[in-house]
Design a protein around this ligand. Sequence first.
Ligand SMILES: [Zn+2]
Length: 177
Amino acid sequence: MTISATQALSKTVAVFSKSYLPINQINIKRAIILLVTGKAEPLDLNDGSQFISVHSPTMLLLVPQHIRLTVNHREKIWKAPTVNRREVLRRDRQTCQYCGNTRHLTIDHLIPVSKGGESTWDNVVTACETCNNRKGDRTPQQAGLTLRRQPKTPVHPIVAFAAQFWRAHKIQREGQS
Ligand SMILES: [Zn+2]
């Protein structure tokens, strides 16, 4: 794959930790910096993926589509984000979980706080003002409201990336055999 430097900037490279865990998707510029500074090395997954060759007026760079860090990356336990307005809205894709409205959003406790409901991932949803008012101090069932989907603890973006990476890879491999 030969592309111009400008096109290359939109390409991404998958980064693996020293212990071969997929950890991130980064832009090609960052990947080049990691490679040039020796903080990463090309990783051949033997999956037929090719180098992205980037031309600039003065040089030609071959950038692998997967790189592995050569430095230690702190392997963390990727905890779920804490429950707050921003994270709840993000999880629910800025959409009222009752009617699909995307404006005048509030946070609704399924079991109301006044009834002992807590601010946990499975008890909070994004709701528009109208639905929240209609629900009042009741549970969705009592108010005759139906949830579009059951609220769950969101997956950390890094975990989501790893899951998606391996899923895509499995499909590729099955396609090859
Ligand atoms: Zn609504």
